[in-house]
Write a protein of this length. Structure first.
Lengths: 312, 447
C-alpha cells in the first residue's frame, strides 16, 4: 500500500512540474506588466483551456491589474487558480465504495468505459480493476472490445499480469453478449464490480453509438440500474474536440463520469475544463502513465494549484 | 459550438466596406477573428499568431479590388496561405528500394493501424512489404500487428522474447531480405516526447536501421501539445512526413498546421477510419477549409456514401444535381441522416453551418419534423409553394405542433433548397454568399 501511495505522488509530481515550468517565470514574485499578461494568455491557451475559460481567467486578472498596478505574479496566479477552482466547483467524482458492493440488491456495480479510439479505455479498465482490488473490492473485467485486432488479448494480458478475473470471448463476437455473460458471472460469484471495456468509436458514427446502447439494454435485463457508471475515457492531450466527443457520448449514453488519460506528458488537459463547463460531468480519475498504479483520483485543488504552480 | 470563421468575419469585415486600401488598422478586428478561429480549431497559440502576422503582411497595402469585397479578398488570402502552408513539400514517399519506413508517435495515435494501412497501400503499388513489430511494451501490441498483417497478407516479423528494440529492428531487416521484401515498415511503441529513455531507444533503432522515411503518426484531434510533440520527435529523429489519423471524426485538425509549422515536413497520409483501406492521400484544400470552419462538403459526401444505401445515395445525388429538391427528398434524407450519426456532427460538415449550434434534443426535433412532413399531402410535399395559411394550420393540427413550427420548417427547407442549388452550381463564391443567407444575419458584406 505504501508503494502505491508513493507512486501516486511521483506521478502527480510529474504533472505538477510539467505545468509549472510553463508558468514559473510568470507567477514569480515580480510585478505583472503588459508583457506578462501576454505570456499568461499564451500559457492558458497552450494548456488547452480554450477560448472561453482563457478569456474568463484573463478578464479577472486584468481587472485586478487595472485596480492594482502593483499586482504581483503570485497574486495573479492565486486569482487564476480561484477562477479555475470556481469553474470546476463540484467537478470531483467520488466512486462510492460501500461494504459488500455498491448496489442495494447486491448486484455488481457496473462501470462501463467508453470513448473514441485509442483514448486509453483498456488500460484504464485494468488500472481501475487493480485499484479497486487494492481497496479490498472484488472485480470482474468484461472484454467487450470484440472489434479491434487483439483488443481481447490486450485486456487478457493485463488480467494475467495483475491476477484479475476476466470474462472474454473472441474477436468478432457480439459485444453485448459478452457483457451479458460477464454480468451473470460477476453476479453469481458475488463480485462488487464489473468493469466493461468497450471498443473505441468516434462519436460521429451513429451505428457504433447504437452498439453502445445495445450493451446498455442487455445489461439492464439483469439490472435496470446497470451500468451505474458510464464513464467517458478522454485522451488528455487532445484539444477542443474532446468537448464535442463528450457532448455526443453524453447525448446517446448519458455519461456519469470522466477519466482523463495521458496526463503524464506535458499536456495540461485543459479540455476537461471545457467539458465540465458545458456538460457538468464529474471527473473521477486522471491517467498518469502506462502502469497499473498510474491512476489518480481527480482533485480540483491539486489540479488548479498545479496549473498555476502554486505548490512551490 | 464554434461559430465558423466566415460567420465571425462577417461582423469584423463590415467595417471594411468602402475602404480603398487594406491597412493594419482597418484589418485589426478581422485578423483577431481569424486568430480566434484558428485557436478554436486547436492550432497552437504561437503558430496562430505567426500565421496571422504573415497574412497581415500580405494584406497590408493591397488595393481593395474593384467589384470584390475586401472581406472576400481577405478570406481568399487566408485560405490560399493556409493551403500553401499545409500543402508544402512533396507528399510522395521516398523511391528508395528497399524502402524502410519508421512509424513513431504518442500512445494510441494509430501507429499500428497505419502500419498495416501503409503496408496494404504499398502492396497495391507493387511492393512486397514486410511489417515489423517493434512495440515490446503495450500488451498484445505484437498480436495486433500480426493479425492485421495476416489479414492483409503482408510478411511479418516479430520477436516475442527480446526487449532489445534496435536489435529487433536489425533482425527484421535480415528477415525482410530473406523474404525478398522490398519495403519494411517498423511499427513502434507509443512514447511521450518527454520520456528520455524511450526517445533514446527509438533513436538507437533509427541509427541501426537507417530508415528512408520517418513518419510521425498524430491524432487529428491533438491539442496544443502537437507543437511539443512535433518538435521533440523531429529533433530526435528528423521526421520526413506526417500521418494524420482519425480524420473521419469531426476534429478541426488544427494540430496539422501546428506540426507542419514546427517540423515543416509534408503531410503524407490521412487516416479516415479503422479499416485498413481507410487511408487517403492528403488534400490541402480540404484540410484548410476544415480548419477554417468552412465545412467539408467532400467529407460529407463521403460519409453519406459510407452509410447510405447505394440506391438512396443515387437518388439523393440525382436530386442534388437537378437542384429540384422537394419535401419528400427532405424526409428521405432525414431518415438517411439518422443512420449517419448525430445531427450535430453532420451539420458540422456542411458549408456555412459548421457554427450552427443544434439545441439539445435536436434529434427529437427531427422526429417532430418528420411528423410534420408526414401530415402533408403528396402534392404539398412535391410543391411546398402551395402551402397557404389554412393548409399550414391543418398540418400543424395533424402533427400536433404549433403553426410556427410548420412555418419554421418550411423556411428551413427553402434555405436548404437554395443551398442545394448552389451546390449544384458549384463554386465556393456562390456557396459563401449562400452562407450569409443561411445564417440570416446578413453576415457577410458584399460577398
Ligand atoms: N502515457 C500514458 N499512456 C497511456 C495512458 N493510458 C493509456 N495509455 C496508452 O495509450 C495507448 C492506448 O491505450 P488503450 O488502453 O489501448 O486505449 P483504448 O483503445 O481506448 O482501449 C496504449 O499504448 C496505452 O499504454 C496514460 O495515462 N498515460
Ligand atoms: N476512426 C479511426 N480510428 C483509427 C484510425 N487510425 C487508428 N484508429 C484506431 O485507433 C485506435 C488506436 O490505434 P492503434 O493503431 O492501436 O494505435 P497505436 O497505439 O498508435 O499503435 C484503434 O482503435 C484503431 O482502430 C483512423 O484513422 N480512424
Ligand atoms: Mg481498448
Ligand atoms: Mg501500436
Amino acid at each position: 500500500m505504501f508503494g502505491l501511495f508513493k507512486k501516486f505522488k511521483t506521478g502527480f509530481a510529474k504533472t505538477v512540474s510539467a505545468i509549472s515550468t510553463k508558468t514559473k517565470g510568470l507567477f514569480s514574485g515580480r510585478k505583472i506588466d503588459v508583457a506578462s499578461l501576454d505570456e499568461l494568455e499564451e500559457a492558458l491557451y497552450t494548456a488547452d483551456f480554450g477560448v472561453e475559460t482563457t478569456g474568463e481567467i484573463l478578464t479577472e486578472i486584468k481587472a485586478a491589474y487595472k485596480k492594482e498596478k502593483e499586482l504581483r505574479g503570485q497574486e495573479a496566479a492565486a486569482i487564476g487558480a480561484a477562477v479555475l477552482a470556481r469553474t470546476l466547483e463540484g467537478a470531483e467524482g467520488v466512486l462510492k465504495v460501500g461494504t459488500g458492493g455498491p448496489s442495494l440488491a447486491k448486484n455488481p456495480g457496473v462501470i462501463a468505459l467508453i470513448g473514441v479510439n485509442g483514448s486509453g479505455k483498456t488500460t484504464t479498465a485494468a488500472k481501475l480493476a487493480w485499484r479497486l482490488k487494492q481497496d479490498g473490492k472484488t472485480v470482474t473485467l468484461a472484454a467487450c472490445d470484440t472489434f479491434r485486432a487483439a483488443a481481447v488479448e490486450q485486456l487478457k494480458t493485463w488480467a494475467t499480469r495483475l491476477d484479475l478475473e476476466i470474462i472474454a470471448s473472441h474477436t468478432g463476437a457480439d459485444a453485448a453478449a459478452v457483457a451479458f455473460d460477464a454480468w451473470q458471472a460477476a453476479k453469481s460469484r458475488g463480485r462488487d464490480y464489473l468493469i466493461v471495456d468497450t471498443a473505441g468509436r468516434l462519436h460521429t458514427k451513429g451505428n457504433l453509438m447504437e452498439e453502445l446502447a445495445k450493451i446498455r439494454r442487455v445489461l439492464q435485463k439483469h439490472d435496470p440500474a446497470a451500468p451505474q457508471h458510464r464513464w467517458l475515457v478522454v485522451d488528455g492531450s487532445l484539444g477542443s474536440n474532446s468537448i464535442e466527443q463528450a457532448r455526443v457520448f453524453h447525448q446517446s449514453f448519458g455519461l456519469t463520469g470522466l477519466v482523463v488519460t495521458k496526463l503524464d506528458g506535458t499536456s495540461r488537459g485543459g479540455a476537461l475544463v471545457g467539458i465540465w463547463r458545458q456538460l457538468k460531468i464529474p471527473i473521477y480519475f486522471l491517467g498518469l502513465g502506462e502502469q497499473a498504479e498510474d491512476l489518480q483520483p481527480f482533485s480540483v485543488e491539486n489540479y488548479t494549484k498545479a496549473v498555476f504552480g502554486l505548490d512551490e | 459550438m464554434f461559430e465558423s470563421l466566415t460567420d465571425k468575419l462577417g461582423q469584423a469585415l463590415r467595417k471594411l466596406r468602402g475602404v480603398g486600401k487594406l491597412s493594419e488598422e482597418n484589418m485589426a478586428d478581422a485578423l483577431k477573428e481569424v486568430r480566434t478561429a484558428l485557436l478554436a480549431a486547436d492550432v497552437h497559440f504561437k503558430v496562430a499568431r505567426e500565421f496571422v502576422e504573415r497574412v497581415q503582411t500580405q494584406c497590408v497595402g493591397q488595393e481593395v479590388l474593384k467589384g470584390v469585397a475586401p472581406g472576400q479578398q481577405i478570406v481568399k488570402i487566408i485560405h490560399d496561405e493556409l493551403v500553401r502552408l499545409l500543402g508544402e513539400g512533396a507528399n510522395a514517399l521516398s523511391g528508395a528500394r528497399p524502402l524502410k519506413i519508421l512509424m513513431v508517435g504518442l500512445h494510441g495515435s494509430g501507429k499500428t493501424t497505419s502500419t498495416a494501412k501503409l503496408g496494404k497501400l504499398l502492396k497495391k503499388r507493387g511492393y512486397r512489404p514486410l511489417v515489423a513489430a517493434c512495440d515490446v511494451y503495450r500488451p498484445a501490441a505484437i498480436d495486433q500487428l500480426e493479425i492485421l498483417a495476416s489479414q492483409e497478407e503482408l510478411a511479418f516479423y516479430c520477436d516475442r522474447i527480446s526487449k532489445d528494440v534496435p536489435a529487433i529492428g536489425v533482425a527484421a531487416l535480415a528477415a525482410a531480405q530473406a523474404a525478398t521484401a522490398d519495403c519494411i515498415i517498423f511499427d513502434t511503441a507509443g512514447r511521450l516526447q518527454i520520456d528520455a529513455d524511450l526517445i533514446e531507444e527509438v533513436k538507437k533503432l533509427h541509427a541501426r536501421i537507417q530508415p528512408d522515411e520517418v513518419l510521425l503518426v498524430a491524432d487529428g484531434a491533438l491539442g496544443q501539445e502537437a507543437v511539443n510533440v512535433a518538435k521533440a520527435f523531429h529533433d530526435a529523429l528528423a521526421l520526413t512526413g506526417l500521418v494524420l489519423t482519425k480524420m473521419d471524426g469531426d476534429a478541426r485538425g488544427g494540430a496539422a498546421l501546428s506540426i507542419k509549422s514546427i517540423a515543416n515536413v509534408p503531410i503524407k497520409f490521412i487516416g479516415t477510419g479503422e479499416k485498413t483501406g481507410d487511408f487517403d492521400t492528403f488534400y490541402p484544400e480540404r484540410l484548410a477549409q476544415r480548419i477554417l470552419g468552412m465545412g467539408d462538403v467532400v467529407s460529407l459526401v463521403e460519409k453519406a456514401q459510407e452509410t447510405i444505401d447505394q440506391k438512396e445515395a443515387e437518388k439523393m445525388a440525382e436530386s442534388l444535381r437537378k437542384g429540384d429538391f422537394n419535401l419528400d427528398d427532405f424526409l428521405a434524407q432525414m431518415q438517411q441522416i439518422k443512420k449517419m450519426g448525430s445531427m450535430q456532427s453532420i451539420i458540422g460538415m456542411m458549408p456555412g453551418m459548421s457554427g450552427m449550434e443544434l439545441p439539445a434534443g435536436a434529434d427529437k426535433q427531427m422526429a417532430r419534423t418528420e411528423a410534420i412532413i408526414k401530415s402533408m399531402t403528396r402534392q404539398e410535399r412535391k410543391k411546398p409553394d402551395i402551402l397557404n395559411g389554412s393548409r399550414r394550420k391543418r398540418i400543424a393540427d395533424g402533427s400536433g405542433v404549433k403553426i410556427v413550427e410548420v412555418n419554421q420548417l418550411l423556411k428551413q427547407f427553402q434555405q436548404m433548397q437554395q443551398m442545394m442549388k448552389m451546390l449544384k452550381g458549384g463554386g465556393a463564391k456562390k456557396m459563401m454568399r449562400q452562407m450569409e443567407a443561411m445564417k440570416g444575419k446578413g453576415g457577410f458584406p458584399g460577398m
